[in-house]
Design a protein around this ligand. Structure first.
Ligand code: TPP
Ligand code: MG
Length: 792
């Protein structure tokens, strides 16, 4: 079987020093071996307990082993940040193992509990993954937004002293280009005039199911060029380039150029004899071809015909080193999926694994003795000392922080807000930010806002008027210059603190993710706030989850929300979002009814976004104007609000009923409670500011009691402790009834959950609240049924 080392041996290193090339080729070979072996070990050697297939992607890994060798062992600088295509996780871990940043134990445990992760994970892996990947398209797009953040902190002079400008690099599977979010990111990147981004496409022309269409050829180049990128195509390796200048070379090149992807892949799988048969037939009589065929045996003919630049170390190095400016660059690296492995080119090779015999023969080809499989330098033709020496001098792992520690930003004990008797939480949000914008505080300077074309309609306008829009260069506001009266004064400059995005919610979440990692990635702590219409969280959901999975810290402000957005109709109304955020790890979600609650939640949120055990924060707000309570925010109340709820009216002993409400539906709950007091004088009214925090607190207290035998109680348990066992709970929210439906399980109370369980529609509040059963009458009806113990 052919391996890429054999191919490499026949290459003459021209422009690179011979010793260096020898070391790099040895490492290339080792990377291919270790990544294949790591997967084999996980599937065939490590004892299996559950009968499940472990999996792993030997073909995807082999495809990109050469380009990753070139990058990590020679091209990358310590300040570069990389998103590695998900299925090349074993290649990444093998490289880190060779560099001394990954333990043998972890790679032996690839895909096992506590071992190296199946897909590179910034939080779960221990070998410095810069940008997590897994859901194809997101890691690549993330580099665009990380580059915007790098410019943001650099141009403001916020970056850590001595921060070097790095390249944000993605190693991308070619099928990732089918994901629409890639184009959303490219377009936004073009608008922002991004710099220092590389996408290295592993152009093996295979996805999971199939070989990609030939018609795609040429399309990709144009797409990138249209977006202002340089395109560097790495098509043919050095062997083929040399063959092309021999007699018959032009015809050979034409033949390969026009060979359909599927046929090329099939012949790659079949090998030398198959190539020979086709060339003999198709190039019959072409001068030079007979000589070429006679000069090559089947094995070397196969090596020649599969010598694509992305699998040719020297060609890859040349292409990468040639780019020295900061223009965004797409490298299209032609490769063979499964290069050097027995299933190279086979259309079904995505999940293919070498069997035990194939692995044995691969090991023998690699010159590795049984038992030496994990030895870093076994079977290489360069001595260990020389390799250690080479590795010590690789630029990428040289001393430079991969993750920065940054001091936290002080958050004032209270956030100012001028409460008015009647306000909506969305309005309150705009006013709180406006007060911060006015202040000369570190908090104000570190907040950065972003929004996918809903800046004005989510009340970010006042903030933007004061703090401006971020742009790499100064741009004047034409409307202001032309004296056109407008409430929005949009100055664009490097000082601006708002990143305006086009309507693409996935971009919003990727931008938030990149901003929220700025502290660790660039040594500049930012407090990002992103606004979105609540229903359109759904559009960006995968990216929202992805940002949290990377432990990015940001504040999501989702507004307006619910059927409370009455006349806007079902297409703009949301009901399931509180369940989404309740289930989202790494994110604390709130739905305050009142602005004084919101101010405390935001204050707490800015601290939570910076805490070691904190996370992202989500706020679900409303445009519904409510009478604001005239009250003092005592410390107790503030604490209860951020823990998830408080008694607006504590029930009297033995009271039969409690109404629990969340969010903008508060007036209906309060009115129903008032009515109820005639019949049930002691009925309680529970204000819930965060179903998520209550739920999370409950689960974590149970966990602490079970695992650590701690006598902790959860906030929700304390709240419900004051009511009798046979008290019934009527819960109500402008969201799916499941949002609060679990409350009955905390202490075993009967529960009557009201909420919005169908699609929304246009109407006014009265009609819609009545129709969906969340108005005062519906609450009273549920209360009555609860009292007579009717199940409904
Ligand atoms: C969003 C998403 N959808 C589906 C998958 C399942 N999947 C994993 S790899 C893959 C095809 C990858 O092909 P390509 O990007 O060309 O990678 P390579 O050929 O290098 O393996 C698919 C569909 C995924 N990981 N993420
Ligand atoms: Mg592919």
């Amino acid at each position: 079987m052919a391996t890429n080392l054999q191919m490499a041996d026949t290459n003459a290193a021209t422009s690179f020093a011979a010793d260096k090339m020898a070391a790099l080729r040895a490492l290339e070979r080792k990377v291919l071996w270790l990544s294949s072996w790591m997967i084999h070990n996980a599937n065939h050697v490590r004892p299996a307990r559950d009968g499940l297939k472990v999996g792993g992607h030997q073909a995807s890994s082999a495809s990109v082993a050469t380009m990753m060798t070139a990058l990590y062992f020679d091209v990358l600088k310590p300040q570069d940040r990389v998103a590695v295509k998900p299925h090349a996780s074993p290649v990444f871990h093998a490289i880190q193992y060779l560099l001394g940043n990954q333990s043998r134990e972890k790679i032996e445990q690839l895909r096992a509990f506590g071992g190296a992760q199946s897909y590179p994970s910034r939080t779960k892996d221990s070998d410095d993954v810069d940008i997590s990947t897994g859901s194809v398209g997101l890691g690549a797009a993330h580099t665009v937004f990380s580059s915007i953040v790098q410019d943001y902190v650099r141009l403001k002079g916020m970056a850590r002293e001595g921060l070097r400008e790095g390249r944000m690099i993605a190693l991308v599977g070619d099928a990732e280009l089918d994901e629409g979010n890639m184009y959303e990111a490219l377009l936004e990147g073009w608008k922002k005039d991004i710099r220092n981004v590389w996408w290295v496409i592993d152009y093996n022309r295979q996805s999971l199911d199939s070989v990609i269409s030939d018609r795609l050829f040429g399309r990709i180049d144009h797409l990138f060029e249209n977006m202002g990128w340089r395109v560097v195509t790495l098509k043919y390796g050095k062997l083929l380039e040399r063959a092309f200048v021999q007699p018959g070379g032009d015809a050979l090149r034409d033949w390969i150029d026009t060979c359909p992807n599927s046929l090329y892949a099939a012949l790659t799988f079949k090998g030398g004899a198959a190539w020979r048969e086709y060339l003999k037939r198709d190039l019959k009589g072409v001068a030079g071809i007979k000589g070429l065929l006679d000069d090559h045996d089947d094995a070397s003919l196969h090596l020649l015909l599969t010598n694509l630049a992305g699998n040719d170390l020297e060609a890859s190095l040349e292409a990468f080193h040639d780019v020295t400016d900061d223009m965004p660059t797409c490298f299209i690296g032609y490769t063979v999926k499964g290069f050097g492995l027995p299933f190279a080119g086979h259309k079904d090779n995505h999940a293919g694994l070498m069997n035990v015999e194939q692995m044995e023969s691969f090991r023998a080809d690699m010159g590795i003795d049984a038992g030496d499989e994990w030895e870093r330098f076994a079977g290489l033709d360069v001595g260990s000392e020389a390799l250690e020496d080479f590795l010590d001098n690789v630029p990428f792992p040289q001393a430079y922080p991969r993750r920065f520690e940054t001091p936290t930003i002080d958050i004032p004990a209270r956030l100012d807000v001028q409460l008015r008797p009647k306000m909506a939480t969305q309005d309150g949000f705009g006013r709180i930010l406006n007060e911060i914008a006015k202040s000369e505080s570190e908090l104000a300077d570190r907040i950065v806002t972003t929004s996918p074309d809903v800046t004005v309609s989510t009340n970010l306008g006042p903030w933007v008027n004061r703090r401006g829009i971020f742009s790499r260069s100064e741009t004047s506001d034409t409307f202001a210059q032309e004296s056109v009266v407008s409430a929005q004064k949009w100055q664009m400059s490097p000082e601006g603190q708002h990143i305006e995005l086009g309507i693409a919610e996935t971009n919003l979440f990727l931008q938030l993710s990149a901003l929220g990692l700025s502290s660790s990635m660039f040594g500049a702590r930012l407090l990002p706030i992103g606004t979105v219409y609540d229903p359109f969280i759904r559009r960006g959901l995968d990216a929202m989850h992805y940002g949290c999975y990377q432990d990015s810290r940001y504040m999501l402000v989702a507004t307006p929300s619910g059927i409370t957005l009455a006349p806007e109709g079902g297409a703009h109304q949301s009901s399931e979002t509180p369940l989404i955020t309740l289930a989202q790890p790494g994110m604390a979600a709130f739905e305050p009814a009142y602005v004084d609650e919101l101010a405390e939640i935001m204050r707490w949120g800015f601290e939570y976004m910076q805490a070691d055990d904190g996370g992202a924060v989500a706020l679900r707000l409303s445009t519904r104007v409510l009478d604001q309570p005239d009250r003092e925010m005592t410390d107790d109340l503030r604490g209860a609000v951020t823990r998830g709820g408080y008694w607006l009216k504590e029930p009297e002993e033995g009271a039969e009923l409690v109404i629990a409400y969340c969010g903008a539906i508060a007036p209906e709950a309060i009115a129903a409670h008032q009515d109820l007091l005639e019949d049930i004088p002691g009925a309680g009214l529970l204000a819930i500011t965060s179903p998520d925090r209550l739920h999370a607190g409950w689960i974590s207290a149970r966990h602490a009691r079970r695992t650590r035998n701690q006598a902790t109680t959860a906030h929700v348990e304390d709240l419900l402790d004051v009511i009798a066992d046979d008290t019934a709970l009527v819960t109500v929210c402008d969201a799916h009834s499941g949002t609060l439906g679990w409350l009955g399980s905390v202490a075993g109370h009967r529960i009557y959950p009201l909420g919005v369980d169908g699609f929304g529609q246009s109407g006014d509040l009265q009609d819609l609240y009545a129709h969906y059963g969340i108005d005062s009458d519906a609450i009273l009806d549920a209360a009555a049924r609860a009292c007579i113990r009717r199940l409904a």
